[in-house]
Design a protein around this ligand. Structure first.
Ligand code: ARG
Length: 471
């Protein structure tokens, strides 16, 4: 807007309007209004306490900033579109409200450390929000798993039936990865827990700023350790994007499984109408759109990570304007996670398992074959010999169109003499090879046995209950 000088102008510079529009970041960074006001208030208060500006001016600044924060929260304070960025808007607004006092706020500060601080504060709540969102997903998964500890189904490798397992065990596999995802956000939050303010443009300030006090006032563990790094670094953005990418990579796998399981071809579960959609032309259809859209958004999340990495590749230190592009990526990531995590929790809550269909999938393909081979090991047969004998038994059973548990003594003898030598009778196999027995025997740490799964559920429930990250 003509007449409004940039912070760095003392007289109109005649910036080409096309360049002016190109450089402006206000439409994007106005989202930092609240965090910038909080950071500005901590800085202004410190300027007064340190004697850099008179206490009365510092008080006027903090009062005005507090009023502006309240107005920002109520929606009454809207950044003026003519400002170059949100930082400029705040100083211009302070000067409009307080006259010369407003012009004191930027002592010992640059927009470079200001925007670095804003992103730290913004990311702090973003990390916390992600952790909370994952926690809600874990809670939903634990509830579904608790109800399905003895819902027998095949486990798969290479997308082929492998060994008898349970739905709860499969869901706990999802939880194991999601717990790591939660840890990734928490770890990144801990590393980002440093206050850049006082770094100024690149090489600090000669004014007697109290960096410790500002860091403490804003709830940081400590001030950042190098002014040049603090203003040029966007690692916290990258780590947020990397954690989000890993999370979405996981969720897209689980969504794919849900899509398969809820298909007519699998028929393992239904998705309630609250979480599925219809077709505009085919009256009979219900579609798993929630799962598909989460899978689809994964690409955009990976894109943000790549964009943040590429933006910084080869950038000389300290600050370069390229870094302004961090916001588009981080804000989009936060919006995406804010949509995806509650939607995935809702999807989990809307799953209606069909235990009979899952159990039926154990009736063909001999997923209990490994159990038979291990029975031979228990009877003293070397595993490779037990494997070969079982493989023959599988061939005999397949030819006869029956399960291993239904083979007679003559069938076993035809398959291999190892069974008779080991003292294994066909009559023993029926009870030994039922899915419940196969699963219960795999009761090692990390196994699918109901007892193990219940222990793991207890641990996960207590994890879900612990409080979240600081905001
Ligand atoms: N809009 C800028 C950004 O987001 C703020 C910092 C501007 N600093 C500068 N020296 N031009 O990166």
């Amino acid at each position: 807007m003509p007449g409004v000088l940039k912070l760095w102008e003392t007289s109109p510079s005649g910036l080409d309007p096309r360049v002016d529009a190109f450089l402006s970041s206000l439409t994007v960074d106005s989202r930092l209004l609240e965090v910038d006001l909080r950071g500005s208030a901590a800085h202004a208060a410190m300027l007064g306490v340190s004697g850099i500006i008179p206490e009365s001016n510092a008080k006027a600044l903090t009062d005005a900033l507090a009023a502006m924060l309240a107005e920002a929260r109520s929606g009454a304070l809207k950044p003026d579109a003519s400002a170059e960025d949100v930082h400029s808007f705040i100083e211009q607004e302070l000067t409009r409200r307080l006259g010369d006092t407003g012009k004191m706020v930027h002592a010992g500060r640059s927009r470079n450390d200001q925007v670095a601080l804003d992103m730290r504060l913004y990311l702090r709540s973003s990390f916390g929000e992600a952790v909370d969102g994952i926690r809600d997903v874990l809670g939903a998964l634990c509830d579904l798993a608790s109800a399905n500890v003895e819902t027998w189904m095949p486990s798969y490798t290479h997308m082929r039936r492998a060994q008898p397992s349970t739905l709860a065990f499969h869901l706990l596999a999802w939880c194991a990865a999601l717990e790591r995802d939660m840890g990734r956000f928490a770890d990144a939050a801990a590393r980002a827990d440093e206050c850049p303010l006082g770094s100024a443009a690149v090489a600090g300030s000669g004014l007697p700023l109290d960096r410790e006090a500002v860091a403490k006032a804003l709830g940081f563990a400590r001030p950042s350790r190098n002014a040049m790094d603090a203003t040029a670094d966007r690692d916290a953005c990258v780590e947020y994007a990397a954690a989000a990418s890993t999370l979405l990579m996981h969720l897209s796998r689980y969504c794919e499984e849900i899509i398969l399981w809820s298909s007519a071809e699998f028929g393992f579960m239904d998705i309630k109408d609250s979480c599925s959609t219809g077709s505009s032309i085919m009256p009979q259809k219900r579609n798993p759109d929630v799962a598909e859209l989460i899978r689809g958004k994964t690409g955009r999340v990976f894109g943000s990570l790549v964009s943040l990495l590429t933006m910084q590749k080869g950038l000389p230190l300290g600050y370069d304007r390229d870094l302004q592009e961090d916001k588009v990526a981080v804000f989009d990531l936060r919006d995406t996670l804010a949509g995806v995590l509650p939607a995935f929790a809702a999807l989990v809550e809307a799953l209606v398992p069909k235990p009979a269909a899952m159990a039926a999938a154990l009736e063909s393909g001999h997923p209990e074959a490994t159990d038979l081979a291990e029975l031979l090991v228990v009877k003293g047969v070397p595993f490779r010999d037990g494997y070969a004998a079982t493989k023959s038994a599988v061939a005999v059973a397949t030819a006869a169109g029956v399960r291993l548990a239904s083979l007679g003594d003559a069938d076993l003898a035809r398959a291999s003499d190892a069974f008779a030598k080991a003292g294994i009778k066909a009559a023993d196999l029926a009870a030994y090879l039922v899915p419940a027995g196969c699963v219960a025997r795999r009761n090692l740490i990390g196994g699918p046995a109901p007892q193990r799964v219940r222990e793991e559920l207890t641990r996960l429930y207590s994890l879900v209950e612990v409080s979240g990250l600081k905001r």
